[in-house]
Design a protein around this ligand. Structure first.
Ligand code: BTN
Length: 292
């Protein structure tokens, strides 16, 4: 049984700063009780305004509550203070190819929360759904555990990336009238089903240092070295999928550039567009089986 979070929440800002300042010169950590969206705020700060200088320094911005959290494809991201972890990591980055960064962030978070090597056998409980979701295998089935929103901006030749991550720490029934954090009709999962002793601050401390290292490795080497690590957790592999443009096919993992490979009637398609969403097609009931 997990203990409720104390108020105020004690965030490990100093420990994170000590771990990351050597890797990221000029790095700071900031925790806000409330903001519209940590991604939006980091983009505002990076761009500056008539009254504020642009700020391209690396910054981890944690919000205890977001009032207008954003997801991919214009969706909303709902969360509640203490029940979820919401943060954005902003930093200058200059990879030769940006494709696959959101997968790398997902791989890093999943591995930090549930270390797993395929030689152990079995399957990890935290899976990755291309391109930006973490899913948890729970006693009630597959549930969305976390989502990642990667955004970039440039200013005077400098590219800045904001990696926004929302993790459901405790599964709560969200307002059914509001857009959910997961697939419509499927309630989100909560990390405490896997790690009951972990609250939001402990999760933050565990995932951020490896995340920064993974992003820096991606900047130097691209997605290719992460391909097998993605495959070990790929929840779509071998499944019938439907793309938002109506195309159907079978998912075949991610290529060296992080694109989703889908075998369709017209041959193998490489899906790279961030405008495309992918969903598994429900399997028909087995022959002879009756719905119950
Ligand atoms: C998705 O599942 O579509 C991505 C969800 C990303 C949510 C996080 S919460 C912290 C950061 N701030 C935002 O407004 N969005 C991201």
């Amino acid at each position: 049984m997990s203990t409720p979070l104390p108020s105020p929440i004690r965030w490990p800002a100093e420990a994170l700063w000590e771990a990351l300042a050597p890797l990221l010169p000029g790095f700071t950590v900031e925790v806000l009780p409330e903001i519209d969206s940590t991604n939006t705020e980091l983009m505002r700060r990076f761009r500056g305004s008539s009254t504020a200088e642009p700020r391209p320094e690396p910054l981890l911005l944690v919000a205890e509550q977001q009032t207008a959290g954003r997801g991919r494809l214009g969706r909303q991201w709902q969360s509640r203070r203490g029940d979820s972890l919401t943060f954005s990591l902003g930093l200058p980055l200059a990879p030769t190819d940006w494709s696959g960064l959101s997968l790398v962030a997902g791989i890093s978070v999943a591995e930090s929360l549930e270390p797993f090597t395929p030689s152990q056998g079995g399957k990890p409980r935290i899976g990755l759904k291309w391109p930006n979701d973490l899913w948890l295998s729970t006693s009630q089935g597959e549930r969305k555990l976390a989502g990642i929103l990667v955004e970039t901006a440039s200013w005077e030749g400098l590219r800045y990336v904001v990696i926004g991550i929302g993790i459901n720490i405790r599964a709560v029934a969200l307002d059914p009238a509001a857009p959910a954090t997961a697939v419509p009709g499927v309630p989100p999962g909560g990390l405490q089903e896997l790690l009951p002793e972990f609250d939001a601050p402990a999760v933050l401390l565990r995932i951020i240092p490896p995340l920064v290292q993974a992003v820096q490795a991606f900047e130097r080497f691209g997605f290719a070295p992460f391909q097998a690590r993605f495959a070990a957790r790929d929840v779509l592999a071998g499944k019938a999928v439907q793309l938002s443009d109506g195309t159907t096919g079978t998912a075949h993992g991610a290529g060296e550039n992080g694109a989703l490979l889908v075998h369709t009637a017209a041959g193998m398609k490489e899906i790279t567009s961030s405008e495309v969403s992918v969903r598994p097609v429900a399997a028909p009931p087995a022959q002879g089986a009756r719905p119950c």
